[in-house]
Design a protein around this ligand. Structure first.
Ligand code: KG4
Ligand code: ZN
Length: 344
Protein backbone atom coordinates (compact mmCIF):
# COMPACT_ATOMS: atom_id res chain seq x y z
CA UNK A 1 0.00 0.00 0.00
CA UNK A 2 1.41 3.39 -1.02
CA UNK A 3 0.36 6.88 0.09
CA UNK A 4 0.05 9.77 -2.37
CA UNK A 5 -0.38 13.43 -1.45
CA UNK A 6 -2.92 15.13 -3.72
CA UNK A 7 -3.17 18.91 -4.28
CA UNK A 8 -5.99 20.74 -6.11
CA UNK A 9 -5.89 24.48 -6.85
CA UNK A 10 -7.21 24.91 -10.40
CA UNK A 11 -10.29 26.98 -9.59
CA UNK A 12 -11.68 28.34 -6.34
CA UNK A 13 -11.15 25.40 -3.98
CA UNK A 14 -7.81 24.90 -2.24
CA UNK A 15 -7.72 21.21 -1.39
CA UNK A 16 -5.21 18.70 -0.03
CA UNK A 17 -5.66 14.97 0.59
CA UNK A 18 -3.69 11.86 1.44
CA UNK A 19 -4.93 8.84 -0.50
CA UNK A 20 -3.70 5.26 -0.54
CA UNK A 21 -3.50 2.82 -3.41
CA UNK A 22 -5.94 0.60 -1.51
CA UNK A 23 -8.61 3.32 -1.61
CA UNK A 24 -8.36 4.94 1.79
CA UNK A 25 -8.51 8.70 2.28
CA UNK A 26 -6.22 9.11 5.28
CA UNK A 27 -6.88 12.85 5.69
CA UNK A 28 -8.21 15.73 3.64
CA UNK A 29 -8.99 19.45 3.85
CA UNK A 30 -10.89 21.74 1.51
CA UNK A 31 -11.01 25.54 1.77
CA UNK A 32 -13.59 27.26 -0.39
CA UNK A 33 -13.05 30.84 -1.56
CA UNK A 34 -16.74 31.62 -2.09
CA UNK A 35 -16.64 34.63 0.23
CA UNK A 36 -13.61 36.19 -1.45
CA UNK A 37 -15.25 36.06 -4.90
CA UNK A 38 -18.88 36.73 -3.93
CA UNK A 39 -18.66 40.55 -4.24
CA UNK A 40 -17.58 40.12 -7.89
CA UNK A 41 -20.28 37.59 -8.87
CA UNK A 42 -17.73 35.06 -10.14
CA UNK A 43 -14.19 33.74 -9.65
CA UNK A 44 -11.50 36.44 -9.99
CA UNK A 45 -8.29 34.62 -11.12
CA UNK A 46 -5.85 36.93 -9.30
CA UNK A 47 -7.76 36.68 -6.01
CA UNK A 48 -7.95 32.89 -6.42
CA UNK A 49 -4.19 32.55 -7.01
CA UNK A 50 -3.36 34.70 -3.97
CA UNK A 51 -5.74 32.74 -1.76
CA UNK A 52 -4.21 29.42 -2.89
CA UNK A 53 -0.71 30.79 -2.21
CA UNK A 54 -1.73 31.90 1.27
CA UNK A 55 -3.53 28.72 2.31
CA UNK A 56 -1.88 25.79 0.58
CA UNK A 57 1.33 25.27 2.60
CA UNK A 58 -0.35 25.35 6.03
CA UNK A 59 -3.08 23.02 4.71
CA UNK A 60 -0.47 20.51 3.54
CA UNK A 61 1.13 20.61 7.01
CA UNK A 62 -2.26 20.09 8.67
CA UNK A 63 -3.19 17.13 6.49
CA UNK A 64 0.19 15.46 7.10
CA UNK A 65 -0.26 16.03 10.85
CA UNK A 66 -3.86 14.72 10.75
CA UNK A 67 -2.57 11.46 9.25
CA UNK A 68 0.53 11.41 11.46
CA UNK A 69 2.80 11.05 8.45
CA UNK A 70 6.11 12.60 7.40
CA UNK A 71 7.04 13.54 3.82
CA UNK A 72 9.31 10.50 3.54
CA UNK A 73 6.27 8.25 4.07
CA UNK A 74 4.84 9.43 0.76
CA UNK A 75 5.17 7.35 -2.39
CA UNK A 76 4.61 10.39 -4.63
CA UNK A 77 3.26 13.93 -4.75
CA UNK A 78 0.38 14.62 -7.15
CA UNK A 79 -0.99 18.03 -8.12
CA UNK A 80 -3.42 19.36 -10.69
CA UNK A 81 -1.29 20.74 -13.53
CA UNK A 82 -4.24 21.98 -15.65
CA UNK A 83 -6.66 22.77 -17.15
CA UNK A 84 -7.81 25.72 -15.08
CA UNK A 85 -6.88 29.20 -13.92
CA UNK A 86 -3.14 29.33 -14.52
CA UNK A 87 -2.11 31.29 -11.40
CA UNK A 88 -3.79 28.83 -9.06
CA UNK A 89 -2.55 25.80 -10.98
CA UNK A 90 1.02 27.12 -10.72
CA UNK A 91 0.75 27.55 -6.95
CA UNK A 92 -0.27 23.89 -6.53
CA UNK A 93 2.14 22.48 -9.08
CA UNK A 94 5.17 24.42 -7.83
CA UNK A 95 4.41 23.38 -4.25
CA UNK A 96 4.20 19.74 -5.37
CA UNK A 97 7.49 20.03 -7.25
CA UNK A 98 9.25 21.47 -4.20
CA UNK A 99 7.92 18.72 -1.92
CA UNK A 100 8.74 15.98 -4.42
CA UNK A 101 12.26 17.35 -4.82
CA UNK A 102 12.88 17.76 -1.09
CA UNK A 103 11.51 14.31 -0.20
CA UNK A 104 13.11 12.63 -3.22
CA UNK A 105 9.74 11.31 -4.43
CA UNK A 106 8.17 11.21 -7.90
CA UNK A 107 6.00 14.08 -9.12
CA UNK A 108 2.65 13.32 -10.73
CA UNK A 109 1.24 16.20 -12.80
CA UNK A 110 -2.46 15.40 -12.98
CA UNK A 111 -4.99 16.56 -15.54
CA UNK A 112 -7.90 17.85 -13.41
CA UNK A 113 -10.34 16.12 -15.77
CA UNK A 114 -8.48 12.84 -15.28
CA UNK A 115 -9.08 13.35 -11.55
CA UNK A 116 -12.82 13.58 -12.19
CA UNK A 117 -12.73 10.69 -14.66
CA UNK A 118 -11.01 8.23 -12.28
CA UNK A 119 -12.58 9.35 -8.96
CA UNK A 120 -15.56 6.94 -9.21
CA UNK A 121 -13.05 4.07 -8.90
CA UNK A 122 -11.87 5.46 -5.56
CA UNK A 123 -15.38 5.03 -4.14
CA UNK A 124 -16.26 1.82 -5.97
CA UNK A 125 -13.62 -0.90 -6.23
CA UNK A 126 -15.93 -2.92 -8.49
CA UNK A 127 -16.04 -0.25 -11.20
CA UNK A 128 -14.11 -1.68 -14.14
CA UNK A 129 -13.01 -0.02 -17.38
CA UNK A 130 -14.55 0.93 -19.73
CA UNK A 131 -17.33 3.11 -18.38
CA UNK A 132 -19.30 6.11 -19.58
CA UNK A 133 -18.86 9.28 -17.55
CA UNK A 134 -21.25 12.23 -17.62
CA UNK A 135 -19.25 15.08 -16.07
CA UNK A 136 -21.53 18.03 -15.33
CA UNK A 137 -20.52 20.95 -13.10
CA UNK A 138 -20.21 24.72 -13.27
CA UNK A 139 -17.03 24.37 -15.34
CA UNK A 140 -17.40 21.04 -17.13
CA UNK A 141 -19.97 19.47 -19.42
CA UNK A 142 -18.67 16.37 -21.13
CA UNK A 143 -19.45 12.76 -21.87
CA UNK A 144 -16.33 10.60 -21.70
CA UNK A 145 -15.55 7.01 -22.48
CA UNK A 146 -13.06 6.04 -19.75
CA UNK A 147 -11.12 3.10 -21.18
CA UNK A 148 -8.22 2.90 -18.73
CA UNK A 149 -5.68 5.03 -16.89
CA UNK A 150 -4.57 7.64 -19.43
CA UNK A 151 -7.06 6.41 -22.01
CA UNK A 152 -10.03 8.71 -22.47
CA UNK A 153 -12.30 9.33 -25.44
CA UNK A 154 -14.32 12.50 -25.32
CA UNK A 155 -17.68 11.60 -26.80
CA UNK A 156 -19.31 15.01 -26.27
CA UNK A 157 -18.66 18.49 -24.94
CA UNK A 158 -20.57 21.77 -24.81
CA UNK A 159 -20.36 24.36 -27.53
CA UNK A 160 -21.20 27.16 -25.08
CA UNK A 161 -22.24 26.89 -21.41
CA UNK A 162 -21.72 24.03 -18.98
CA UNK A 163 -24.88 22.56 -17.44
CA UNK A 164 -24.15 23.91 -13.94
CA UNK A 165 -23.50 27.32 -15.49
CA UNK A 166 -26.95 27.15 -17.12
CA UNK A 167 -28.49 26.38 -13.70
CA UNK A 168 -26.53 29.30 -12.19
CA UNK A 169 -27.64 31.71 -14.93
CA UNK A 170 -31.26 30.63 -14.57
CA UNK A 171 -30.98 31.21 -10.82
CA UNK A 172 -29.59 34.68 -11.47
CA UNK A 173 -32.46 35.52 -13.87
CA UNK A 174 -34.95 34.36 -11.22
CA UNK A 175 -33.10 36.23 -8.45
CA UNK A 176 -32.22 33.07 -6.51
CA UNK A 177 -28.56 33.82 -5.69
CA UNK A 178 -25.34 31.85 -6.26
CA UNK A 179 -24.66 28.93 -6.58
CA UNK A 180 -28.01 28.53 -8.19
CA UNK A 181 -28.40 24.82 -8.89
CA UNK A 182 -29.87 23.78 -5.54
CA UNK A 183 -32.22 26.83 -5.47
CA UNK A 184 -33.51 26.13 -9.00
CA UNK A 185 -34.09 22.49 -8.09
CA UNK A 186 -36.04 23.47 -4.96
CA UNK A 187 -38.25 25.97 -6.80
CA UNK A 188 -38.78 23.53 -9.70
CA UNK A 189 -40.57 21.14 -7.31
CA UNK A 190 -43.38 23.69 -6.98
CA UNK A 191 -43.80 24.33 -10.70
CA UNK A 192 -45.30 22.69 -13.78
CA UNK A 193 -42.46 21.51 -16.06
CA UNK A 194 -44.66 21.81 -19.16
CA UNK A 195 -46.25 25.23 -18.51
CA UNK A 196 -43.52 27.31 -20.18
CA UNK A 197 -42.53 26.40 -23.75
CA UNK A 198 -38.72 26.24 -23.75
CA UNK A 199 -36.31 25.00 -26.43
CA UNK A 200 -34.18 21.84 -26.20
CA UNK A 201 -31.03 22.96 -28.06
CA UNK A 202 -29.43 20.30 -30.30
CA UNK A 203 -31.97 17.62 -29.36
CA UNK A 204 -32.35 15.39 -32.41
CA UNK A 205 -28.89 16.28 -33.73
CA UNK A 206 -26.69 13.34 -34.75
CA UNK A 207 -23.69 14.88 -32.97
CA UNK A 208 -23.85 14.30 -29.23
CA UNK A 209 -22.69 17.77 -28.09
CA UNK A 210 -24.44 20.10 -25.64
CA UNK A 211 -25.61 23.70 -25.96
CA UNK A 212 -27.39 25.67 -23.26
CA UNK A 213 -27.02 29.31 -24.34
CA UNK A 214 -30.33 29.30 -26.27
CA UNK A 215 -32.16 27.77 -23.33
CA UNK A 216 -30.83 30.47 -21.02
CA UNK A 217 -32.01 33.21 -23.42
CA UNK A 218 -35.45 31.60 -23.56
CA UNK A 219 -35.57 31.55 -19.75
CA UNK A 220 -34.76 35.27 -19.75
CA UNK A 221 -37.54 35.97 -22.28
CA UNK A 222 -40.03 33.90 -20.25
CA UNK A 223 -39.17 35.86 -17.13
CA UNK A 224 -39.35 39.24 -18.92
CA UNK A 225 -42.75 38.40 -20.44
CA UNK A 226 -44.27 38.47 -16.95
CA UNK A 227 -46.67 35.71 -18.01
CA UNK A 228 -45.18 32.84 -15.98
CA UNK A 229 -44.52 32.07 -12.35
CA UNK A 230 -40.90 31.66 -11.31
CA UNK A 231 -41.67 28.10 -10.20
CA UNK A 232 -43.01 27.19 -13.65
CA UNK A 233 -39.92 28.72 -15.28
CA UNK A 234 -37.58 26.80 -12.96
CA UNK A 235 -39.47 23.54 -13.52
CA UNK A 236 -39.56 24.14 -17.28
CA UNK A 237 -35.84 24.92 -17.38
CA UNK A 238 -34.90 21.84 -15.38
CA UNK A 239 -37.09 19.62 -17.56
CA UNK A 240 -35.62 21.07 -20.76
CA UNK A 241 -32.06 20.62 -19.43
CA UNK A 242 -32.86 17.06 -18.43
CA UNK A 243 -34.34 16.27 -21.85
CA UNK A 244 -31.13 17.62 -23.44
CA UNK A 245 -28.91 15.51 -21.19
CA UNK A 246 -30.80 12.27 -21.89
CA UNK A 247 -30.98 12.86 -25.64
CA UNK A 248 -27.29 13.78 -25.89
CA UNK A 249 -26.29 10.77 -23.77
CA UNK A 250 -28.35 8.50 -25.96
CA UNK A 251 -26.61 9.73 -29.12
CA UNK A 252 -23.16 9.54 -27.51
CA UNK A 253 -23.69 6.00 -26.24
CA UNK A 254 -25.30 4.80 -29.48
CA UNK A 255 -22.21 6.05 -31.35
CA UNK A 256 -19.77 4.25 -29.04
CA UNK A 257 -19.06 0.59 -28.33
CA UNK A 258 -21.16 -0.73 -25.43
CA UNK A 259 -20.10 0.09 -21.87
CA UNK A 260 -21.45 -1.76 -18.82
CA UNK A 261 -21.64 1.27 -16.49
CA UNK A 262 -22.83 4.87 -16.54
CA UNK A 263 -21.23 7.20 -13.97
CA UNK A 264 -22.28 10.76 -13.17
CA UNK A 265 -19.89 13.28 -11.58
CA UNK A 266 -19.72 17.07 -11.01
CA UNK A 267 -21.82 19.36 -8.84
CA UNK A 268 -24.98 18.90 -10.95
CA UNK A 269 -24.94 15.23 -9.90
CA UNK A 270 -26.51 16.54 -6.67
CA UNK A 271 -29.75 17.21 -8.57
CA UNK A 272 -32.26 14.55 -7.56
CA UNK A 273 -34.42 14.88 -10.66
CA UNK A 274 -31.40 14.46 -12.92
CA UNK A 275 -30.03 11.59 -10.84
CA UNK A 276 -33.35 9.73 -10.91
CA UNK A 277 -33.72 10.19 -14.67
CA UNK A 278 -30.17 8.97 -15.28
CA UNK A 279 -30.78 5.91 -13.16
CA UNK A 280 -33.87 5.09 -15.19
CA UNK A 281 -32.03 5.79 -18.44
CA UNK A 282 -29.18 3.45 -17.44
CA UNK A 283 -31.58 0.69 -16.38
CA UNK A 284 -33.40 0.92 -19.71
CA UNK A 285 -30.08 0.39 -21.51
CA UNK A 286 -29.08 -2.45 -19.19
CA UNK A 287 -26.29 -0.34 -17.69
CA UNK A 288 -25.14 -0.27 -14.09
CA UNK A 289 -25.61 3.28 -12.69
CA UNK A 290 -22.93 4.72 -10.39
CA UNK A 291 -23.28 8.04 -8.57
CA UNK A 292 -20.27 8.49 -6.26
CA UNK A 293 -20.65 10.49 -3.02
CA UNK A 294 -21.00 14.16 -3.86
CA UNK A 295 -17.85 15.18 -1.99
CA UNK A 296 -15.92 13.13 -4.56
CA UNK A 297 -17.91 14.48 -7.52
CA UNK A 298 -17.26 18.16 -6.88
CA UNK A 299 -13.72 19.61 -6.97
CA UNK A 300 -11.57 17.95 -4.30
CA UNK A 301 -8.01 16.74 -3.75
CA UNK A 302 -8.81 13.09 -3.01
CA UNK A 303 -9.56 12.64 -6.71
CA UNK A 304 -6.16 14.13 -7.59
CA UNK A 305 -4.41 11.87 -5.05
CA UNK A 306 -6.35 8.89 -6.39
CA UNK A 307 -5.49 9.69 -10.04
CA UNK A 308 -1.90 9.86 -8.73
CA UNK A 309 -2.29 6.39 -7.20
CA UNK A 310 -3.65 4.97 -10.43
CA UNK A 311 -0.85 6.54 -12.49
CA UNK A 312 1.81 5.47 -10.01
CA UNK A 313 0.55 1.90 -10.14
CA UNK A 314 0.64 1.95 -13.93
CA UNK A 315 4.27 3.08 -13.74
CA UNK A 316 3.88 6.71 -14.79
CA UNK A 317 5.43 9.86 -13.34
CA UNK A 318 6.40 13.31 -14.60
CA UNK A 319 9.60 15.42 -14.86
CA UNK A 320 10.21 18.32 -12.48
CA UNK A 321 10.10 20.78 -15.39
CA UNK A 322 6.49 19.84 -16.23
CA UNK A 323 4.71 23.08 -17.19
CA UNK A 324 1.26 24.11 -15.94
CA UNK A 325 -1.29 23.95 -18.75
CA UNK A 326 -4.25 26.36 -18.76
CA UNK A 327 -5.79 24.19 -21.50
CA UNK A 328 -5.28 20.48 -21.56
CA UNK A 329 -7.80 18.30 -23.39
CA UNK A 330 -8.09 14.86 -21.86
CA UNK A 331 -8.54 13.33 -25.27
CA UNK A 332 -5.91 14.84 -27.59
CA UNK A 333 -7.63 13.31 -30.60
CA UNK A 334 -11.04 14.87 -29.90
CA UNK A 335 -11.94 17.26 -32.67
CA UNK A 336 -12.39 20.89 -31.63
CA UNK A 337 -16.04 21.82 -31.49
CA UNK A 338 -17.13 25.13 -32.94
CA UNK A 339 -17.46 27.77 -30.23
CA UNK A 340 -16.09 25.55 -27.44
CA UNK A 341 -13.58 27.21 -25.15
CA UNK A 342 -12.12 26.14 -21.81
CA UNK A 343 -14.72 23.41 -21.45
CA UNK A 344 -13.32 21.53 -24.48
O1 KG4 B 1 -18.43 20.57 -9.20
P1 KG4 B 1 -18.86 21.88 -8.63
O2 KG4 B 1 -19.02 21.98 -7.14
O3 KG4 B 1 -17.87 23.03 -9.02
C1 KG4 B 1 -17.42 23.29 -10.31
O4 KG4 B 1 -18.19 23.88 -11.08
O5 KG4 B 1 -16.26 22.92 -10.58
O6 KG4 B 1 -20.22 22.24 -9.35
C2 KG4 B 1 -20.94 23.39 -9.02
C3 KG4 B 1 -22.07 23.51 -10.00
C4 KG4 B 1 -22.75 24.85 -9.91
O7 KG4 B 1 -22.97 25.31 -11.21
C5 KG4 B 1 -24.06 24.50 -9.20
O8 KG4 B 1 -25.12 25.37 -9.52
C6 KG4 B 1 -24.33 23.09 -9.70
O9 KG4 B 1 -23.05 22.48 -9.73
N1 KG4 B 1 -25.23 22.39 -8.80
C7 KG4 B 1 -26.46 21.97 -9.13
C8 KG4 B 1 -27.02 21.42 -7.97
N2 KG4 B 1 -26.11 21.52 -6.96
C9 KG4 B 1 -25.00 22.10 -7.50
N3 KG4 B 1 -27.12 22.02 -10.30
C10 KG4 B 1 -28.36 21.54 -10.32
N4 KG4 B 1 -28.98 21.00 -9.25
C11 KG4 B 1 -28.37 20.92 -8.06
N5 KG4 B 1 -28.98 20.40 -7.01
ZN1 ZN C 1 -13.68 20.12 -11.70
Amino acid sequence: MAVVLGIESSCDETAVALVTTDRQILAQRIASQDEAHAPYGGVVPEIAARAHAERLAPMIETVMADAGLGYRDLAAVAATAGPGLIGGVMVGLVSAKALAMAAGKPLLAINHLEGHALSPRLADSDLEFPYALLLVSGGHCQILRVEGVGQYRRLATTIDDALGEAFDKTAKILGLGYPGGPAVERLAREGDPMAVPLPRPLVGSGEPHFSFAGLKSAVLRAKDSGRHSDADIAAGFQQAALDCVLDRLQVALDNSAAMPSLVVAGGVAANQAIRAALEEFAAARGMHFVAPPLALCTDNAAMIGWAGCERLESGQDDPLDFQARPRWPLDPEAEPVRGAGYKA
